[in-house]
Design a protein. Structure first.
Length: 218
């Protein structure tokens, strides 16, 4: 009997919720560790360099979900594997499945929002990031939702909304150093409709030298 078959039988037995949860958590941890080993982050490029092992990991995810049953945490590993391989269509499908099983999974909402934003699907990205704003209101990383909402507003050319979201991001711990020298924020700063509010916010809440990183050299 395979391990998956054994767990599937145990899952159906009454009175074993702790065993089921423990086995599922162990599988989540094992899959996450395998994915981390198969797709190490390249620091300078900020991309994941994946080996062919990542396809086997995705297959293990799908086998577990099919044999044992739905689990948002395990499904998230499959979504992350697809995203690391640049398979955005597959990743989107998998993230939406995670969210269907766990509407409060903020990581899935955030990752989905990033994919949608990269594709210029601003309305859908705003929905995803707005959920992140709701789900993480304090503590480390609480600023990422409002920051991404500010970016969506900036791409729309909506200066008022951008400023509102940036003020909330700053209140939650955002620093303009995070986006210093980035091409997208240089694009925002080049937009006459956005330049004045950005200059004002950076001057008051950041370092004016950051503005120079968004300005093309003469």
């Amino acid at each position: 009997m395979t391990a998956l078959a054994f767990v599937a039988i145990a899952w159906g037995r009454p009175g074993l919720p702790d065993f089921r949860d423990a086995v599922t958590e162990a599988q989540r941890s094992a899959l996450s560790a395998s994915l981390e080993a198969a797709c190490p982050l390249v620091p300078l490029a900020q991309v994941h360099a994946c080996s062919d092992d990542v396809d086997a990991i995705a297959a293990r995810v799908d086998a577990w979900l099919k044999t044992v049953g739905p689990d948002a945490g395990i499904a998230y590993v499959g979504a992350l594997a697809a995203r690391y391989r640049g398979r955005d269509g597959e990743a989107e499908r998998r993230y939406r499945q995670v969210i269907a099983w766990d509407p409060d999974d903020e990581a899935a909402h955030y990752d989905l929002g990033e994919i949608l934003l990269s594709q210029g699907r601003l309305d859908e990205a705003a929905v995803a990031f707005a959920r992140v704003v709701e789900l993480r209101t304090e503590g480390a990383g609480a600023w990422v939702g409002p920051w991404r909402m500010a970016e969506v507003s900036a791409w729309r050319g909506d200066a008022a909304a951008m400023e509102t979201h940036l003020r909330e991001a700053l209140r939650r711990g955002f620093s303009f150093r995070t986006v210093a020298g980035t091409p997208n924020w240089a694009t925002f700063y080049a937009n006459p409709a956005l330049r004045d509010p950005l200059r004002k916010l950076v001057t008051v809440y950041g370092d004016p030298a950051i503005l120079e990183t968004w300005t093309p050299a003469p």
